[in-house]
Design a protein around this ligand. Structure first.
Ligand SMILES: [Zn+2]
Ligand SMILES: [Zn+2]
Ligand SMILES: [Zn+2]
Length: 277
């Protein structure tokens, strides 16, 4: 079983729309600096299963990056993933769902796992409601702290604080041989989620910003800065990767910030990275 990072960027990825900063400009020239929107694939080649967590705006390119793996899956749909789990309703995490509809591949009953409040949001708002009505997706509810069995995997959604304008937000604990926590978006670390991270073998955690003064509107879109997270987890025995990286984050450069992260034993995820779980 393995996890492949399909997108290590913040919702709009890198390059960011309309931004020509040095980081975005470099990503436009060199593909290795691109970070697609936030998504991972959980791949079980033995059972022929492939689950995505979140459907980013870069969905179709992300499917390309696992085309060999998904051709092994047993599901007889057109997109050929076994299902999609959603963390929350921000567009960088669910906009890619439109590709399942009539304008694109017209999927048939693709299992979509989300919380009851997300289900309500998707069922009542265009364009997602059309996917439900046309049976492109089949929504399966998941509940906070209740394990969900998907083949050999157990997945547990944990509620996390985030700007929940239209629905709640969850992190996922992914239990295989290793215990993995995936928390791409969170406003601030809580004792509960810190405990979940400390109890895991691998943590994929919100690394949107390096520091609080990176963007002027930080208070409107809060995320725990990488420096603080490193300090909180300094004694934890967990392999930690920062994900959901914003284009303003200096860890996108080979500078003192990247060196600092590495020197403390933490890692910055990149697209295409694979982790055995
Ligand atoms: Zn996000
Ligand atoms: Zn930029
Ligand atoms: Zn969000």
């Amino acid at each position: 079983m393995r996890i492949k990072i399909l997108g290590s960027g913040q919702d709009d990825g890198i390059p960011h729309t309309g931004c020509y900063c040095d980081i975005c400009s470099k990503a436009r020239k060199h593909v290795e600096h691109v970070r697609l929107g936030p998504s991972i694939a959980i791949l079980d080649s033995r059972e022929g299963l492939c689950y995505l967590v979140d459907a980013s705006p870069d969905f179709k390119f992300q499917l390309d990056s696992i085309r060999e793996e998904i051709s092994e899956t047993k599901r007889k749909g057109r997109v050929l993933v076994s299902g999609i789990l959603l963390t929350h309703s921000h567009l960088g995490h669910c906009a890619g769902l439109w590709h399942l509809g009539k304008e694109s591949v017209e999927e048939n009953d693709l299992p979509l796992y989300c919380t009851p409040s997300m289900k309500q949001f998707l069922s009542n708002n265009y364009p997602f409601s059309l996917l439900v009505q046309r049976k492109n997706i089949k929504i399966e509810e998941v509940f906070h702290d209740e394990g969900l069995r998907l083949g050999a995997l157990e997945i547990v959604p944990i509620q996390v604080p985030h700007r929940d304008e239209v629905g709640d937000t969850v992190a996922y604990i992914i239990k295989s041989k290793k215990r993995v926590v995936y928390v791409p978006d969170i406003d601030n670390w809580t004792d509960r989620i810190m405990e979940e991270i400390r109890n895991s073998d691998i943590a994929l955690v919100d690394g949107t910003f390096y520091s609080k003064n990176e963007i002027p509107r930080f208070e409107e879109v809060p995320h725990p800065p990488i420096r603080e997270t490193i300090s909180l987890l300094r004694n934890a025995d967990v392999e930690t990767y920062f994900i959901h990286i914003n284009h303003t984050n200096p860890v996108n450069r080979k500078g003192k910030e990247s060196k600092y992260v590495k020197s403390k034993g933490f890692k910055i995820a990149h697209d295409g990275m694979t982790l055995e779980i």
